[in-house]
Ligand binder design. Structure first.
Ligand code: ASP
Ligand code: MG
Length: 400
């Protein structure tokens, strides 16, 4: 069997943890398997590197930023190879350049295009454990790129697909995917299985367990994932195309307090207004989440939408710059809002799921500011102070 194992930053945060990971990989190796290991930077090293950069230059070039951040993962893989060697096992570390992990040119947010497998296969044939840097790639001009925060998961899945691996295991500091964040919802339970689509919604909603692009890629290539803890031997959660689900139509509840709501009041009620607003925002790369348009005073309309908190200022400044003062009456920004979502395949086949959520929130005394739905998700915007209460109410209502 060829096994790809990915370990996150906390799993390789210090010497003991590195040795623990080395031993777990060696167990598989000694059973005769080929083992490829993908690592993140140790502990908070990526955050620390970002701080160092900003301290020297508040506005560092994106190229140099990626050049700097790739050193985090390079540190982990080299130390891991040394650890395995110390335990008497042949191992070799490779960075994105040495593997040849080809990505697009978009610094800090590159996408993997193609991975050369010759070097890796060659090393595996020599019965070495191959340890590869996560999160990084190389563009057409041989510049280092990175895949976005949390991107090592995506490296692991892309490698599993390229190498045709038999299994892809993502090790983190939690023991699987839960019905909700256990720190916020006490009754949260670990899921045995979850579909790619549900996981993708959960990851995008900020569940934080997997990089959302890694789930997209796993679905595309049919790579079955196992999410489990590096610190215990518990079984973890399997992410795959289809799952057998018991009584619940909902698989989880997500909460995300990194949201800001922007309302543009008193816009002209004529064609092209929404286009104008969202076109200027798109040009500035502001990612829009939930959009609501409503009727305002006679002949007027209001448009509200949510963005990540860090984008709120840019969004408002952009709108003020590009629209003239008689285009609207006022722009209002609220940062103390949060998103609460329920996710599940059952939503598309069962009527009344959204109503059940709204009833639970009503009973908990939570006011809903905005609503948005997809085939397998219902999201509401609530006040930030109500987020945890709303998550618990929804979780209880669906008896998760
Ligand atoms: N080290 C990178 C980060 O902190 C990538 C990863 O951990 O997946 O975002
Ligand atoms: Mg991660």
């Amino acid at each position: 069997m060829l096994i790809v194992k990915k370990f996150g930053g906390t799993s390789v945060g210090n010497k003991e943890r590195i040795l623990n990971v080395a031993k777990r990989c060696i167990e598989d190796y000694e059973k005769g398997n080929d083992v490829v290991v993908v690592l993140s930077a140790m502990g908070k090293m990526t955050d620390d590197l970002i701080k160092m950069a900003k301290d020297i230059n508040p506005n560092p070039s994106k190229r140099e930023m990626d050049m700097l951040l790739t050193t985090g993962e390079q540190t982990s893989v080299a130390l891991m190879a040394m650890a395995m060697n110390a335990l008497g096992v042949p191992a070799v570390s490779l960075n994105a350049f040495q593997v040849a992990m080809h990505t697009t040119h978009a610094y800090s947010n590159a996408r993997i295009k193609r991975i050369d497998t010759d070097r890796v296969n060659n090393e595996l044939e020599q019965r070495k454990i191959v340890i590869i840097t996560g999160f990084q790639g190389v563009d057409r001009n041989e510049n280092y790129t990175t895949l976005g925060r949390g991107g090592s998961d995506t490296t692991a899945v892309a490698l599993a697909a390229a190498l045709n691996a038999d299994s892809c295991e993502i090790y983190t500091d939690v023991d699987g995917v839960y019905t909700a964040d256990p720190r916020k919802v006490e009754n949260a339970k670990k899921l045995k299985e979850i579909t790619y689509d549900e996981m993708l919604e959960m990851a995008t909603l900020g569940a934080g367990v997997l990089h959302n692009r890694s789930v997209e890629l796993a679905k595309k290539h049919g790579v079955q994932l196992v999410v489990r803890s590096s610190l215990t031997k518990e079984e973890g959660t399997v992410v795959k195309e289809r799952v057998a689900r018991g009584k619940s139509e909902i698989s989880g509840v997500a909460g995300d307090d990194d949201a800001a709501r922007i309302a543009i009041l008193g816009l002209e009620d004529t064609p092209g207004v929404a286009f104008k607003v969202f076109n200027v925002l798109a040009k500035k790369n502001v990612n829009i989440d939930i959009i609501l348009q409503s009727v305002g005073e006679p002949g007027k309309k209001d448009i509200s939408f949510t963005v990540k908190q860090e984008d709120a200022e840019l969004a408002v400044n952009t709108l003020r710059d590009y629209m003239s003062e008689d285009d609207y009456r006022d722009i209002d920004v609220t940062t103390n809002v949060a998103k609460v979502s329920i996710v599940g395949r059952g939503l598309k086949d069962h009527a009344g799921m959204a109503a059940r959520m709204f009833e639970a929130l009503y009973e908990a005394g939570v006011n809903i500011r905005m609503i948005s739905t997809s085939e397998i998700r219902v999201t509401v915007i609530v006040e930030e102070k109500d987020m945890v209460k709303a998550m618990n109410a929804a979780h209880d209502a669906f008896e998760l």
